[in-house]
Structure formats: structure tokens, C-alpha cells
Design a protein around this ligand. Structure first.
Ligand SMILES: Cc1ncc(C[n+]2csc(CCOP(=O)(O)OP(=O)(O)O)c2C)c(N)n1
Ligand SMILES: [Mg+2]
Length: 1025
């Protein structure tokens, strides 16, 4: 009783709150309609009390329920409760709170006629409460742990390890709760936390258990009780507990059978025709196809008109054929080794290329676009990319709540548990600038990863446990029960529609063949595969069941099969005529209007990237003021803005202002700009300040960039989660959706990009070559040797340069007038290191102005952000100006080129160190310094011109990075090619090293001086110091 009192006391303030909210927000279709109370929907937890899960494991629900009902109206509860609560509220000690009122009831035997009444004559109220509490606990145990004993595994070898936790449910275990076998026929009132009663409010214990077993322990296992939201828990309970929820009409069953036929016979057809080809078949999880189709049908019915999917190898062909509805002959012809590619692309169609298809959804008679994203073989890497693309599609169609565009991600069990990017992606799911308003995850849980058993592949009980971090419900289902599969998919799609949160469908299945059809699984899983060999196919089982139910006749079934087989055969015949593979038919996101009909750029010229004086000063003013006069900003920031205003006055830009000019002008031209990265809003180096924070009003912000012009495009700048792999993947996906947006990802420091290496290596670098797909994403990678130690110094330019596709030994044979743009056309990505703000401005604008889209890698500066010389005049940004691939020597050497004895080529910040040193040494006439601003594609033509200008000079590459790092290995052979190997290329820079930089400031400076000495050490020179 003491416990009871404290529970009531603890709940009292919350109860009042709930009652108040209840009145204003009835929950549609939810428990509120029938229950005594409803729970407010609170996605964000506001108070510590609200953060607790509703039941909190204390099993006091029944008493709470009585208490809440009594609070609303004492007449709602039995007289005995009324007296009890009045006494308890008046502070009467627990034991004394109870007074025996007339007609107090206790559990009673069910009368012979089955009349269900809690009215009895036993005065033992403590026993009454205890028994009800026990029943509460039992109900809760089913809700929490029923999935432990659900029949999820078609092979019945279940490998889920619950750490031997006992599962105290079932008829035999009532004793665990203090109930006796004789209580089984007693009638208990049902709490509002269960829906097993349907329209009945009390049931005999035996029936309670039976219904709970039906709800939670059959072919579906529901994991949801960790969800911190009462309304959501109630929603799920209702969908699995209410009697009769799993009813399927004859029509639904026939549709399901037809889908199972397609799924199964498709694999069989491939197996018959290409028995020695790998296809990563779906056998053992054929229910995936009806599962996906159900998700799409239900979502379409709820208003979704675009579904973006990402998936791995398993069942991909089947999904293309039967979900996306790619023409079968297009799929079959991929098996023909003689097929020639008509366009670029690695011909990697079957398992990796994407697809886009708009069609009528038959179930809803609504148009729907389905796209399957191209993906590399790196499992799960496509997850954040799909999310980014989905976010972009939502953004462009103004779908702020995810009602029209949604994503579905498919996973393998081993990869879902093992790959960290899954976790990173889940953590994006509820962030304002990254949420896609709910993703449906479908796991093909065949209980094996290649040759590895789950017990070796993960430490969690289920492969899906990662989803618990975002409170996503997880529906485990035995994939050998197609109706159960379809049911959970209906619920999952409805969940997403109702709450716009992630949800997981775990299809527990098996893999009938080896990892691929050529693999022998008996080598490693002999017993599992003995079992699998005995396993009847799911289609066969389901067809037999429906025939015996009378839903179809065996003749009808055979006709269904024959009809689909014929569809396959006809397509096969047609596929033989297909001689040419058009990779660009396999695009996941076409850009209508951007290219010509045959996928070519519409022009081969890049207009000037300069902007008018008026725009420069207007954007400059926006960058240096606060649009809202009542908005109080930090004093330090006021000074920064003042300094900006002064620059605008003097018609110069520093780095941050040049970036502002680039973004602002694009926005004004209607181009969306999205900048994302860790602390990107302020800028890691506190230079950007694109988001102003009100100093007196919490969470009040102002983004001046959105105040440039009335009809401007929106600007998105967002601090990301502390992830690189996930966030870069996301931005890449965002950039895929449209060519008319500048999408930038900024690394906090350039070296952190390597945790996103997979996205760089698998998507950004080779994306166009593999998938005929251009992408204009920009990577901003702070880079520079500034004595900060081995961490934070190097963005690893050598790695990006090593992956450039231009040939170091070939001077490109391109017409001089459009050499630059044709090089861009041919390259896989652009790598730049700008030494001036104006050039940074131009290269950002060129990303949009150019007639093609290529990824742009920018090594961005740190100390140059505030370097007094790293400023550009507005003159360098006016109409007619453009990005300079090379910044030639502009000083004294030009006066008498013949006196120049050395050309030092360099890139980025080291230019300023070289220029200072040259001046210091009085060698301005002897040494020319040329800045290579665009490293790749390499400006062979301009380098050649520079060299030809200074006939008597030797050539040197100078970099501040170590010799085995930086640019040297890339640059040297290319300069040699540019000069037809007529002159050697000398080196000045740090020596080779394992770490990117020393951790010792003195050593750093000594190294710097040493390589500057080398740079100005001219043979026989006297001018040097
Ligand atoms: C990141 C990554 N690591 C390793 C592999 C090699 N690999 C391909 S399939 C596979 C097993 C995948 O198992 P699971 O996720 O359960 O999918 P299944 O093949 O069982 O459908 C592995 C390890 C890969 N493709 N990607
Ligand atoms: Mg697997």
C-alpha cells in the first residue's frame, strides 16, 4: 500500500496536466475515444516526469487508471475506490485509507453462463488490488517481452540471444505474478493500456492470456515498449491487440498470392535461364516483394507520391522487376555478356545501377514515382544518400512534413548491425535540417551474413537494435507468413503516416542458396542448410493454405503461375534483340531540361562569373548588418559586422565576405544554396556568422542571407550532427536531386573527411563513370600547415589528386578556345586551392554557371581567413571577371622576363610565405611565383604559357606539405608534360614523413625556413641571404 500511495502522489501533478491537455487535444482515432483518459502527443520531452515511460515497470497501472478516472469524476469508479482515494488524498495512512463500503467486489468465478462481472462479495480489497496488479504486470510482460517467444524464425533455429532472460509469460507462469492456476477463470477488469478486450472491459484471465499470446507471440514480435511516448505506445497496442485486426479479405489474399507468385517465379525463371550466374536471389524471403508493395500502396493511399529507395544486393533484381516495374527485358538483357554499352558507365547495371519510374499505383489509382538509388557494393553506404535525396525532393516540392515524398531503406541483417553509418543515419532522422519525416526500414534478416552466423556478427539480440536509439518501433515478423508480413507493413506505413518517425520491419527469413548462387553454404552452415533443404517454399505453403480455405482453386493458382511465366518468357525473347545497353536509362534522378536529349551539356562555354557593383555592395551590406533592428547581437559580432561594412566601403572582400558574395548572388539568381557541416553556421574559425543569435531571447535566430531579395531562393545553413560519413552522404544525395542548387559540405578540419572516405571513394570520385550520373557537390576542406600539429593540418590533397582521371603524360588535345570547359567535361572532379577570396568566389559561382556538374573539392584556408593580404578588390569580381585556373606572376619579373631565373609554382597559402620571403631577400626580379589555383583538371595550357614567358628560368614546385604528401607527385609529371619534358622540375618543401605535420611549433618554423631557403637557393645566386 505504501507503494500505491507514493505512486499516486508521484502522478498527481502530471494527472492534472494530462487532464487539462486532454480537454484541448483529443487524440484522433486513438485510445482517447474509448478510454477514460488520453495521453498528450509529445514528440519532444519537456519535463522530467514526461520523460519516463508511461508504465515505468512499476505495474501500478490499474491503480493509476482508477485514480485518473476518479480524478475526472469520482462517479467513474467503484464506490470502494472512491472512498479509498478520498481517504488517501486526505492523508490517511495507507493501511487505514481503505474502508469497506457496501457491495465491494473482488475477483469472482465466472458464472456458468459466462457473465463477466467484477462484482463479488469478498471484502479482501488488498487481494483485489494485488490480483489486478498481477494481471497488469502480466499484460505488460507480454507487451514488453512477448516477442521473445513469438514464432519468428521459419527455420525454428532461432539465433536471437536474450542473455537467457526468463520470459515470464504463458499459462504456466502465472505463479510468477502471484496468481494461482485457479485464478485463470476469474474475470479481471482490463486497463486502458490494452486493447485485447475489443469492446469488452473485463475478461477471464485465461482469455486475457490467450489474446495476448495471439497478439504478441505468434508470427509477429513487436518491440515498442521502450518508446517514450504514451500516445505512440497506445497506437501500436491497438494495432496489434484489438481482436480481428489481422483479418484479410478474399480480394486481399488473392492479391497477396499474385505478388508472391511474381516474386517467387521471377527468381525461378532467372535460375532456369542463367543457372551459373550470380543474382543474389531472394529465395527464402520472397515475401519482401508484397511487403514493399504494401508499404507503397498504403503510403500512396495516404498521399505519398514519390518513394525513394535504397537497397543492397539481395533481391535487387526482383525489386527492380516487381516493385519498380523496370521492363523485364531490360533486366534480362543484362545477363548477356555481349551487350555493349552505348554511353559512359561501367555497365554495372544488375546490382548497382539505379532506376526511376513514374507510374500509376493500381491499388490507389494515384500516380507514384519510384526510384531506386544507384549504390556501391559498400553495404549501407547508400542510406544517408537516400535520405539526402529524399530531403531534397521534399524541399523542392514544399513538402515540409514528408507527406508527399518518403524513403524506404532495405538492409541485410549483418550489415544493419555491423555498419556504423546505419547509426549515423538514424541520428539524422529527427534533426530539423536533415529529417525526412520518417523512413521505413526493411531488414531482410536471413540470419546470416555471407558465411558468418549472427552470434559472430553482432553483440545485440536482434540485428535491429540500433533503431531503438531513435525510439523507432520494430516489427519482427516471420517471413514465411505472408499475411503477417503484409499486416506489419500496413501498420508500418500507417505509423509513418501518423507520426512521421522511423519504423523497422524485420523480415525474419532464411537464405535458400549460398551468399550467391555459386556459393556452397554447407561448408560453413551445415545444419542450418540441412534444415533449409527441408523447408517448403513459402509460395507453395501459402497457395496450399488459400486453396484449402477456398480463396482460390488450384486451377486458378496454376493459371496465375503460368501467366506470369509467360510474361517472363516473352520478355526473355525480346531481350535477345537488345544489343546495346543504355546506361543513362538507368538513372535514379534524371534532371529534366538540364542536358540535351542525348544527355550532353547544352553548351560548351562558361559565362563570366562576375557580378555587378550594385550586387556586390548590396550583398556586402546584408552581410554586415542585422535585418531586424530589434534583434540584439553579441558585441563582438557587432565589431565583426562593422569590419565587414568597412571592407564593403573600401570595395574589398576577405574570405568570408567573398563566400557571402557567392552565396548571396546565387540566391538572388534563384539558386538554392545549402551549406552543411559541423558548426558550419558560425564557421569553425568564427569567420562566417551566417546565423545570428539574439542575445536575450532563447533560440531566436536571424539569417541575413535570407533577406537579400524578395524573390530569392532560400538559403539553408545547418550545423550537422558530429558525423562525416552520414552527413557527407546526405549532402551528396541532396545534390543529386537537382542541378540548380549549390550544395556544400564543410569538414570541421579537412583531415576529418577520411571518416567519410567511403562516400568519396565510392560515390563522389567515380559516380559519373560508374552510374552516368553527374553531381555538383562542393567539399570545403580546411587545410594548411600552421604549426597546429599532425591533427587538423592536412586535408590530404594527395589523396584527392591521386584519384583524378586526367593523364599525367598526355597534353590534352583540345581546342584552345574551350580548353578549360572541355577539361571540365572530361574530368571526374575538380580540385582547387584558391589563394584569393575573389577566386574562391568565382569557383563557387562557376559550379552553377557551367553547363555541367562535377564535384568540387576546395582546400580552404585557416590563417588566410584573416591574413591582411588575402583580400580581393571588388574589381576582381565584377562582370567580365572569372575564375583563374592559374594566377600568373604579376609583379617585377614581368618587366624583364629574361632576367627571371626561376619559376616557383605553388598553390594556396604558401604563396604568401614565398612572396614575403622573396621580398625579404630582394629577389623579385629573379624569381617568378605562379599560383596553380585549379590543381585538377591540370591547366596544362596555362602552365605551358607561363614557362614560355620566362625562357631562362628553371622550374620548381614548392609546397609546405611533406614530399610524399600534398601535390608534388601529382604536379611534377604534369608540369613535365606541359613543357614536353624539356626542363626538370625541382622540389622545395618538407621532406617525406609519416605524419602530416610536426607537433612542435619550433620544428614547424624551422622546417618552413628550410624549404624557403631551398626555394630561393638559385644556382650561383648572390642575391639570396
Ligand atoms: C561495407 C562492406 N563490407 C563488406 C562487404 C562484403 N559483403 C558483401 S555481402 C556481405 C554479407 C552481407 O550480409 P547481410 O547484410 O546479412 O546481407 P545478405 O547477403 O545476408 O542478404 C558482405 C560481408 C560489403 N559488400 N560491404
Ligand atoms: Mg543476411
Amino acid at each position: 500500500m505504501q507503494h500505491l500511495r507514493t505512486t499516486i502522489a508521484r502522478l498527481r501533478p502530471m494527472a492534472a496536466l494530462q487532464t487539462a491537455r486532454c480537454a484541448s487535444q483529443p487524440v484522433q482515432g486513438g485510445p482517447g475515444e474509448r478510454a477514460l483518459r488520453t495521453f498528450p502527443s509529445a514528440r519532444r520531452l519537456e519535463a522530467p516526469g514526461a520523460a519516463e515511460p508511461f508504465l515505468n515497470g512499476t505495474s501500478s497501472n490499474y491503480v493509476e487508471e482508477m485514480y485518473f478516472a476518479w480524478l475526472e469524476n469520482p462517479g467513474n469508479v467503484h464506490k470502494s475506490w472512491d472512498v479509498f482515494f478520498r481517504n488517501a488524498n486526505a492523508g490517511v495512512p495507507p493501511g487505514a485509507a481503505y474502508q469497506s463500503p457496501p457491495g465491494l467486489s473482488g475477483p469472482c468465478q465466472v458464472p456458468a453462463g459466462g457473465a463477466k462481472s467484477v462484482v463479488g462479495a469478498r471484502p479482501d480489497v488488498e487481494k483485489l488490488i494485488e490480483d489486478h496488479l498481477a494481471v497488469q504486470s502480466l499484460i505488460r510482460a507480454y507487451q514488453v517481452r512477448g516477442h521473445h517467444i513469438a514464432k519468428l524464425d521459419p527455420l525454428e533455429i532461432s539465433c536471437v540471444d536474450f542473455d537467457d532472460a526468463p520470459c515470464e509469460v504463458g499459462f504456466q507462469n502465472v505463479g510468477f505474478y502471484g496468481l494461482l492456476e485457479s485464478d485463470l477463470d476469474k474475470v479481471f477488469r482490463l486497463p486502458t493500456t490494452t486493447f485485447i478486450g475489443g469492446d469488452e472491459s473485463a475478461l477471464p484471465l485465461r482469455e486475457i492470456i490467450r489474446r495476448l499470446e495471439m497478439a504478441y507471440c505468434q508470427q509477429i514480435g513487436v518491440e515498442f515498449m521502450f518508446i517514450n511516448n504514451m500516445e505512440q505506445c497506445q497506437w501500436i497496442r491497438e494495432r496489434f491487440e484489438r481482436p480481428g485486426v489481422m483479418h484479410f479479405s478474399v480480394e486481399e489474399k488473392r492479391t497477396l498470392l499474385a505478388r508472391m507468385v511474381r516474386s517467387t517465379r521471377f527468381e525461378e525463371f532467372l535460375q532456369r535461364k542463367w543457372s551459373s550466374e550470380k543474382r543474389f536471389g531472394l529465395e527464402g524471403c520472397e515475401a519482401l516483394i508484397p511487403a514493399l508493395k504494401t508499404l507503397i500502396d498504403v503510403s500512396s493511399g495516404r498521399g505519398v507520391d514519390s518513394v525513394i529507395m535504397g537497397m543492397p544486393h539481395r533481391g535487387r533484381l526482383n525489386v527492380l522487376a516487381n516493385v519498380i516495374r523496370t521492363e523485364l527485358d531490360q533486366i534480362f538483357c543484362q545477363f548477356d555478356s555481349k551487350l555493349e554499352a552505348a554511353d559512359e558507365g561501367s555497365g554495372d547495371v544488375k546490382y548497382h545501377l539505379g532506376m526511376y519510374h513514374r507510374r500509376m499505383n493500381r491499388a490507389t489509382d494515384r500516380e507514384i514515382t519510384l526510384s531506386l538509388m544507384a549504390n556501391p557494393s559498400h553495404l549501407e553506404a547508400v542510406d544517408p544518400v537516400v535520405q539526402g535525396k529524399t530531403k531534397a525532393e521534399q524541399f523542392y516540392c514544399g513538402d515540409t512534413e514528408g507527406k508527399r515524398v518518403m524513403s524506404i531503406l532495405l538492409h541485410g541483417d549483418a550489415a544493419f548491425a555491423g555498419q556504423g553509418v546505419v547509426y549515423e543515419t538514424f541520428h539524422l532522422s529527427d534533426l530539423p535540417s536533415y529529417t525526412t519525416h520518417g523512413t521505413i526500414h526493411v531488414v531482410v534478416n536471413n540470419q546470416i551474413g555471407f558465411t558468418t552466423d549472427p552470434r559472430m556478427a553482432r553483440s545485440s539480440a536482434y540485428p535491429t537494435d540500433v533503431a531503438r536509439v531513435v525510439n523507432a518501433p520494430i516489427f519482427h515478423v516471420n517471413a514465411d507468413d505472408p499475411e503477417a508480413v503484409v499486416y506489419v507493413c500496413k501498420v508500418a506505413a500507417d505509423w509513418r503516416n501518423a507520426f512521421h518517425k522511423d519504423v523497422v520491419v524485420d523480415l525474419v527469413c532464411y537464405r535458400r542458396n549460398g551468399h550467391n548462387e555459386m556459393d556452397e553454404p554447407m561448408f560453413t552452415q551445415p545444419l542450418m542448410y540441412k534444415k533449409i533443404k527441408q523447408q517448403k517454399g513459402v509460395l507453395q505453403k501459402y497457395a496450399t493454405a488459400l486453396i484449402s480455405e477456398g480463396v482460390v482453386t488450384s486451377q486458378e493458382y496454376e493459371e496465375m503461375v503460368a501467366e506470369y511465366d509467360k510474361v517472363c518468357e516473352d520478355a526473355y525473347t525480346r531481350s535477345k534483340d537488345e544489343k546495346i545497353l543504355h546506361v543513362n536509362h538507368w538513372l535514379d534522378s534524371p534532371w529534366p531540361g538540364f542536358f540535351t536529349f542525348d544527355g550532353q551539356p547544352k553548351s560548351m562555354s562558361v559565362p563570366s562569373t562576375g557580378i555587378s557593383e550594385e550586387d556586390l555592395s548590396h550583398i556586402g551590406n546584408i552581410a554586415s548588418s542585422v535585418p531586424d533592428k530589434d534583434f540584439t547581437i553579441h558585441g563582438g559580432l557587432s565589431r565583426i559586422l562593422k569590419a565587414r561594412a568597412a571592407m564593403v566601403e573600401q570595395r574589398v572582400c576577405d574570405w568570408a565576405l567573398a563566400e557571402y558574395m557567392a552565396f548571396g548572388s546565387l540566391l538572388k539568381e534563384g539558386v538554392h544554396v545549402r551549406l552543411s557541416g559541423q558548426d558550419a553556421e558560425r564557421g569553425t574559425f568564427s569567420h562566417r556568422h551566417h546565423v545570428l543569435h539574439h542575445q536575450n531571447v532563447d533560440k531566436s535566430i536571424c539569417i541575413p542571407m535570407n533577406h537579400i531579395a524578395k524573390d530569392q531562393a532560400p538559403y539553408t545553413v545547418c550545423n550537422s550532427s558530429l558525423s562525416e560519413y552520414g552527413v557527407l552522404g546526405f549532402e551528396l544525395g541532396f545534390a543529386m536531386a537537382s542541378p540548380n542548387a549549390l550544395v556544400l559540405w564543410e569538414a570541421q578540419f579537412g583531415d576529418f573527411h577520411n571518416t567519410a572516405q567511403c562516400i568519396i571513394d565510392q560515390f563522389i570520385c567515380p559516380g559519373q563513370a560508374k552510374w552516368a550520373r553527374q553531381n555538383g557537390i562542393v567539399l570545403l576542406l580546411p587545410h594548411g600547415m600552421e604549426g597546429m600539429g599532425p591533427e587538423h593540418s592536412s586535408a590530404r590533397p594527395e589523396r584527392f589528386l591521386q584519384m583524378c582521371n586526367d593523364d599525367q603524360d598526355v597534353f590534352p588535345k583540345l581546342p584552345p578556345e574551350d580548353f578549360a570547359v572541355r577539361q571540365l567535361y572530361d574530368c571526374n572532379w575538380i580540385v582547387v586551392n584558391c589563394s584569393t577570396p575573389a577566386n574562391f568566389f568565382h569557383v563557387l559561382r562557376r559550379q552553377i554557371v557551367q553547363p555541367l556538374r562535377k564535384p568540387l573539392i576546395v582546400f580552404t584556408p585557416k590563417s588566410l581567413l584573416r591574413h591582411p593580404e588575402a583580400k580581393s578588390s571588388f574589381d576582381q569580381m565584377l562582370p567580365g571577371t572569372e575564375f583563374k585556373r592559374i594566377i600568373s606572376e604579376e609583379g617585377p619579373p614581368l618587366a624583364s622576363p629574361d632576367r627571371v631565373r626561376r619559376i616557383i609554382f605553388c598553390t594556396g597559402k604558401v604563396y604568401y610565405e614565398l612572396a614575403r620571403e622573396r621580398k625579404h631577400r630582394g629577389m623579385e626580379e629573379q624569381v617568378a611565383i605562379v599560383r596553380v589555383e585549379q590543381l585538377s583538371p591540370f591547366p596544362f595550357d596555362l602552365v605551358k604559357e607561363e614557362v614560355e614567358r620566362f625562357h631562362h628560368a628553371d622550374l620548381m614546385w614548392c609546397q609546405e606539405e611533406h614530399k610524399n604528401q600534398g601535390y608534388y607527385d601529382y604536379i611534377k609529371p604534369r608540369i613535365r608534360t606541359a613543357v614536353a619534358r624539356t626542363r626538370p622540375v625541382l622540389y622545395a618543401g618538407r621532406g617525406p614523413a609519416a605524419a602530416p605535420a610536426t607537433g612542435n611549433k619550433q620544428t614547424h618554423l624551422a622546417e618552413l625556413q628550410r624549404f624557403l631557403d631551398t626555394a630561393f637557393d638559385l644556382p650561383g645566386a648572390s642575391g639570396g641571404q
